[in-house]
Write a protein that binds this ligand. Structure first.
Ligand code: ADP
Ligand code: MG
Length: 320
């Protein structure tokens, strides 16, 4: 998580370069949420409000900001419009149209969930060139989180995905939702973004992973299992390199989802033939060798119940 820089701590030349483009700035508000950009500010000018974000040009994540600028023309219909960008005086800065709105509410029953489904549908309809430059292929993004990098090829695809569906990155205004913060544009299989959203629904909304999306149902279940396992590794890694608590909910969700898929797969494969056999432990499941805390101990110990995994949460989950 990045520490936000105070406006007046930005180098004078950078502030001047911004004001050259916006006109005099009369007010700045630093948003409290969001994690990755050292500079984030909602600015007031005589022309209206705008949002600027940026980081030093030699920052290790500056490539993510370059990707965000590159994807902007493709996602202008579902995100706020990128007005200009510069790399000057040692800073890379993007300036967006201000999107009035609040962060999305992911709790079960929230009316925002339908808006999110619409957003996801609109995103799926966006086509990008076959060689879209800097966007990362999913197989590259995930290859470090599977046993053999070649295994990540099952995540490959031509669908533009956002990959970071935290509610902080969705602004809701009226009946519309805007998907902002395109730092991780990824080309991948169409089910990967709904799967990533499911994890966020679990972490931020308290959903259970009970109902797979139609896109997930169309995918090979073994590929989704591998994605669940890769997410366990990703979020364990993020948590271990973070000195704050913010990844804890995602760690929990990733472990829960993985354990749930293990339970479902075991039920599908085993329950019909041997309903009395206890389920093998999660750690013996081949797609995750690295052990992590079992987020849901009961998921390791359940037995068949009418061909379905026993003892999973009853809270309502969303059909994605
Ligand atoms: N176009 C915008 N209009 C209004 N507020 C925005 C806009 N873009 C981002 N924000 C606010 O700033 C926060 C941080 O922006 P974001 O692009 O997500 O940066 P970070 O990389 O730090 O997560 C968002 O969670 C949102 O509250
Ligand atoms: Mg963000």
């Amino acid at each position: 998580m990045e520490q936000r820089i105070a406006w007046n701590d930005l180098p004078r030349r950078v502030r001047d370069a911004i004001e050259d483009r916006t006109g005099p700035i009369t007010g700045v508000r630093i948003p409290g949420l969001g994690q990755n950009s050292p500079l984030a500010g909602i600015i007031d000018t005589s022309a209206g409000r705008a949002f600027v974000k940026g980081m030093p040009s030699d920052h290790r994540k500056v490539i993510a900001q370059e990707r965000e600028a590159a994807v902007a023309p493709f996602v202008a219909g579902i995100s706020s419009v990128l007005l200009w960008s510069f790399d000057l005086a040692g800073w890379s800065v993007l300036d967006y149209e201000y999107a009035a709105g609040r962060h999305a509410d992911y709790t079960p029953g929230s009316p925002d969930l339908d808006r999110l489904v619409q957003l996801m549908t609109a995103l799926t309809a966006i086509s990008v060139p076959r060689n879209p430059g800097p966007f990362k292929p999913a197989e590259d993004r995930w290859k470090g989180y599977v046993d053999d990098p070649a295994m990540a090829r099952v995540f490959a695809g031509a669908t533009l995905t956002h990959s970071d569906w935290t509610p902080d990155n969705v602004l809701v205004s009226g009946h519309r939702a805007w998907l902002i913060d395109w730092a991780w544009p990824t080309l991948g299989a169409p089910w990967t973004d709904p799967a990533g959203w499911l994890l966020r629904l679990m972490a931020s909304g308290g959903h259970t992973p009970r109902r797979p999306s139609s896109r997930q149902r169309a995918a090979n279940p073994a590929h989704i299992d591998l994605f669940a396992a890769a997410n366990v590794r990703l979020w364990d890694e993020i948590a271990s390199s973070s000195n704050s608590d913010w990844p804890a909910a995602m760690v929990q969700a990733a472990h829960d989802w993985h354990a749930y898929r293990h339970a479902v797969r075991w039920a599908a494969q085993e329950c019909q033939s041997a309903p009395a056999r206890p389920r093998p432990p999660l750690a013996s499941w081949p797609t995750v060798r690295r052990s992590g805390p079992s987020a849901s101990p009961s998921a390791d110990q359940g037995a068949c119940q009418g061909g379905r995994p026993a003892r999973w949460g009853t809270r309502r989950s969303r059909q994605l």
